[in-house]
Write a protein that binds this ligand. Structure first.
Ligand SMILES: Nc1ncnc2c1ncn2[C@@H]1O[C@H](COP(=O)(O)OP(=O)(O)OP(=O)(O)O)[C@@H](O)[C@H]1O
Ligand SMILES: [Mg+2]
Length: 399
């Protein structure tokens, strides 16, 4: 039995950059072309493909590329037999027996989609061997699907005009991926999907995990700096961000580099993905922690010197470019409505002391470094007039 899917847009997060890709792809699909989303792992290709399929409002056939695939897995095959036996004893002295054995043909997903005009989502199609995908060539161009010869049915299926195909793939240098035949690539419109921008990653983290905006910002920028140091290009940082955000949110781990618990989670999630020796990756991660702590300390110093306006959370800078996010409350932790006092005694909302960023600020020398574990971790992010740099781990893997 072949199952038809209906995609649910329930948790699809849309930001201006995602919308742009979706609008382009949808345009191509509406004009009858097949779309191919290509990019490194974790950039949101499968999610986007399902979202597009949902926008087409047709039933979806989902297919995952596989090295073991045969053409029959795409189009269908003979499955079992039907036997028909007629015993004719019309004249009592004569018995006529007719015995007929027929092979049953069972459509596979591509055939069904072509026949009924469904949307085919062929995820990671270049994991199937190229010759297996040859059957798609005529289906996409001549709108004819060619089936193996059989006496009981037609050898060709005319492709339903509603049929659309959306492909996704990882670049060819990936392990387990085959080259794609030029003829197939020539029939597709390929949209390259790079790693989502910072704002998109934050929004996805916030909406998928429920983490607060400030923590999401910190996680995304931490993962970005670490990945740019390690030169990771094969994957996107989005999955790492989602993992960190989910763990921190569900287990109430304060997402601050001063927090040893948070640093442990970061190591577990990030080090193995760096593609570097463990010591080197650990060292680089520690550099990122230190840099973030130093920046935080400078920010706090700046707050001391200019107490009468708000620190603008980083995300506000992106606000003008992102009207679609107006519905979001971009100020961190606004819902609590907590009123706190900064060190100069000025009352501020949400623990952000007031600073006028348009004025030049003098930064005093920061407090003497203390071991990270001894730093007080306050519930509120305001905290740490006494931030300090971390010392790099000594033993391999031990921090
Ligand atoms: N627009 C989005 N809205 C909500 N979640 C998203 C969005 N884009 C990506 N994600 C989430 O990011 C993660 C990675 O996305 P996805 O699996 O689509 O990436 P991919 O490019 O198909 O990766 P791979 O190449 O490894 O298959 C998933 O957990 C997915 O739910
Ligand atoms: Mg995928």
């Amino acid at each position: 039995m072949t199952t038809v899917l209906k995609a649910s847009p329930r948790r699809f997060v849309s930001t201006p950059s995602i919308e742009r890709v979706a609008a382009r792809a949808l345009r191509y699909l509406q004009s009858g072309f097949s779309v191919h989303l290509r990019g490194p792992a974790g950039t949101g290709k499968t999610t986007m493909a399902l979202h597009l399929a949902d926008l087409l409002s047709r039933p979806i056939m989902l297919l995952f590329g596989d090295d073991e695939f045969k053409t029959s897995d795409l189009i269908g095959n003979q499955s079992g037999y039907t036997r028909k036996k007629v015993v004719d004893n019309y004249i009592h002295s004569v018995v006529k027996v007719e015995d007929e054995l027929r092979q049953n043909w069972v459509d596979s997903r591509l055939t069904l989609a072509c026949r009924e005009g469904f949307t085919l989502v062929y995820d990671e199609f270049n994991r199937s061997r190229p010759e297996v995908n040859n059957v798609l060539l005529s289906a996409l161009e001549e709108k004819l699907l060619v089936l193996p010869p059989n006496n009981n049915r037609s050898d060709y299926i005319r492709v339903n005009p509603h049929f659309r195909a959306i492909f996704t793939s990882n670049p060819e240098e990936y392990c387990g991926v085959h080259d794609t035949q030029d003829a197939l690539m020539d029939r597709l419109i390929t949209i390259n999907m790079p790693e989502p921008d910072e704002l998109t990653q934050q929004e996805i983290a916030i909406q998928k995990t429920g983490i607060d905006r400030e923590s999401a910002q910190l996680i995304v920028s931490l993962v970005r700096s670490f990945r740019s140091r390690t030169g990771a290009e094969k994957t996107s940082g989005l999955r790492s961000c989602l993992m960190l955000a989910k763990i921190c949110h569900e287990h109430e781990i304060l997402a601050l580099p001063e927090n040893p618990e948070f640093r442990d989670v970061c190591q577990d999630v990030l080090l193995s993905r760096a593609g570097l020796a463990l010591t080197e990756a650990t060292h680089l991660l520690w550099e990122v922690f230190n840099e973030m702590i130093a920046t935080h300390a400078m920010q706090l110093e700046a707050e001391k010197h200019a107490p009468h306006s708000r620190v603008i959370p980083m995300v506000n800078a992106a606000r003008s470019a992102n009207d679609a996010l107006d519905e979001f409350d971009l100020v961190a932790e606004d819902e609590t409505g907590d009123e706190t006092e900064d060190e100069t005694g000025n009352e501020t909302a949400n623990g952000f002391p007031e600073v006028d960023l348009s004025q030049p600020v003098q930064v005093e020398e920061t407090a003497a470094p203390v071991p990270p574990e001894s730093l007080p971790l306050k519930k509120k992010r305001k905290s740490t007039a006494q931030s300090s740099l971390l010392t790099a781990p000594t033993a391999e893997g031990e921090i």
